[in-house]
Design a protein. Structure first.
Length: 511
């Protein structure tokens, strides 16, 4: 089976494979019942990832063009349902009642991938202390101040509040963020770096990935990492290589070996208050990471989600502030420190790249809500945002301290955790025999919920760790919930057979 792949084409690689196989069947060059290469063999032959070929084969199978026979291989189906010029119906053949229209087949368009999403717990009547949620507490939002500002804006509206706006974003808010980034040490002079406002972190990462990567190409990601990053990479058919972490952050020595292979086209990292581990990357690791990026000419995408949520000590400067060669693309967001519903994030990137991102943004959605951006700017200039931040940091610090104290007092021997200097998360490591998925089932039944480690692992394998979040629970709930969780862990260490009744795969949680 001779296929030709153009990795520089705008057409995704998996779609090129799907299209060419379909054409070969149409042209009679692949006969019904003929065996074709396995996923791994074709990936090796074409020099692409196994994941890319798998996606193409999944689409072909959904279109009934190929079929997999257990223990035998993959074959062209006996009666492939291909679409060619010979079997398209004419207008006359499609006459008659609308009720006679053949049903649309949506299977070829399905995304064949399992996203990292926590299924809801079905026992509605049971009290559940949810230490799995990684978002700010709405009970702390300054609703009275928000209402005052919004009412004034609506009572004395300005035309630009409701205009289509500019794809770079509301200029006063852009200028505010330019000053904030400059205070963090990021060069913001004209021609150095620019800021583009976006509809939250995910939209920012989407815009960046669309500019610097094509489907089928590879990125390096930390293991564990934020599940939202993995979801986006999967949706864009971008492959990834896992880089392990330790107490100093990403293992840059391991990364160096991966980069030497020449397949990785970008690096994604969460160097400050890492999600899910809470680790802040050391200065030495940051410097090594930047040197590696320069040596291999690959960009770094910095997820700086929690910079504002610092509880003690001096905050490490953004990786972007240390970047003298223009390798770092910084992504920030207001969704964790203020109002996630406003969906406002931003990209700080080298000026040449910013032009491309703004143009792409103009072509896809023209711009985000100017009213939301103007509302946030008004809240900032009136001082409400800074006051809110001081108040919430004091509260979140209390909750973090309560969680760490409860863990220190109740965790059984063989378990450990590290107190984070900022952010929302505490990463708990347990003995190897205690896996997080079956433990989650038992913990939920006891009235507490956490995020299992499999949701944070790029390979989706379950491990002996879990993530706790203190942002959405009170001090009292934290103390009670940690106590319950530690009792469940202690029982499982004493009697590992208890875990046999819990979930053992991601899919089990939906049952």
């Amino acid at each position: 089976m001779n296929l030709s792949i153009d990795k520089d084409s705008r057409e995704p690689v998996y779609e090129q494979i799907r299209r060419q196989v379909t054409d070969l069947v149409n042209d009679g060059l692949l006969a019904a019942g003929q065996k074709i290469p396995s996923v791994r063999d074709l990936a090796r032959q074409l020099g692409v990832s196994v994941k890319t070929v798998y996606s193409a084969y999944e689409a072909l199978a959904a279109e009934k063009i190929i079929e997999t026979r257990h223990g035998s291989g993959t074959y062209i189906t006996e009666h492939p349902e291909v679409v060619s010029g010979q079997n398209l119906r004419t207008r006359e053949e499609m006459g008659g009642n609308l009720e006679e229209l053949p049903p649309m087949r949506w299977e070829p368009y399905f995304l064949q991938s399992g996203f990292f999403v926590m299924p809801p717990y079905r026992e509605k009547n049971q009290k559940l202390i949810r230490m799995s949620l990684g978002s700010p507490d709405p009970a702390l939002f300054p609703f009275d101040k928000i209402k005052q500002v919004a009412t004034t804006m609506l009572w004395y509206p300005k035309e630009f509040f409701f205009d289509i706006g500019h794809p770079q974003g509301f200029q006063p808010l852009v200028e505010f963020l330019e000053k904030e980034m400059a205070l963090e040490g990021v060069p913001m002079a004209e021609g150095e770096n620019d800021i583009i406002l976006t509809g939250g972190f995910q939209r920012a990462l989407t815009l960046v990935l669309d500019r610097i990567l094509k489907p089928g190409q590879m990125v390096a990601v930390e293991s564990p990492t934020y599940s939202g990053i993995m979801n986006l990479l999967m949706s864009k058919e971008i492959g990834y290589v896992s880089i392990p972490m330790d107490k100093h952050g990403m293992d840059t020595d391991y990364l160096a070996g991966v980069l030497n292979q020449g397949e990785v086209r970008a690096i994604i990292t969460i160097p400050t208050y890492h999600n899910p581990t809470g680790i802040t990357m050391s200065k030495a690791r940051r410097e090594h990471l930047l040197r590696l990026a320069a040596r291999h000419r690959v960009p770094i995408i910095e997820d700086d989600w929690g910079r504002q949520l610092r509880y003690e000590g001096k905050a490490s400067p953004p990786l972007k502030a240390m970047d003298t060669g223009g390798y770092v693309i910084h992504i920030g967001t207001f969704s964790k420190c203020f109002l996630p519903g406003l969906r406002i994030g931003w990209v700080t990137c080298p000026a040449p790249l910013s032009v491309s991102i703004v143009r792409a943004k103009a072509g896809s959605d023209s711009g985000d809500s100017f009213f939301s951006q103007a509302l946030l700017h008004e809240i900032i200039v009136k001082g409400h945002f800074s006051r809110h931040l001081r108040k919430t940091i004091r509260e979140y610090k209390k909750r973090r301290d309560a969680m760490c104290a409860a863990l220190a007092a109740n965790l059984p021997e063989g378990c450990s955790f590290q107190k984070p200097a900022g952010g929302f998360y505490v990463w708990v490591e347990m003995p190897a025999a205690i896996k997080s998925l079956p433990l989650l089932t038992l913990a939920r039944n006891a009235g507490v919920e956490f995020l299992p480690s499999s949701y944070c692992m790029p390979d989706r394998k379950d491990g002996s760790a879990l993530r706790l979040s203190f942002s959405r629970t009170s001090v009292e709930e934290i103390e009670e919930g940690v106590g319950i969780l530690c009792r469940v862990i202690r029982d499982c260490i004493a009697n590992p057979d208890l875990l046999s009744g819990g979930a053992h795969s991601y899919e089990d949680l939906y049952k």
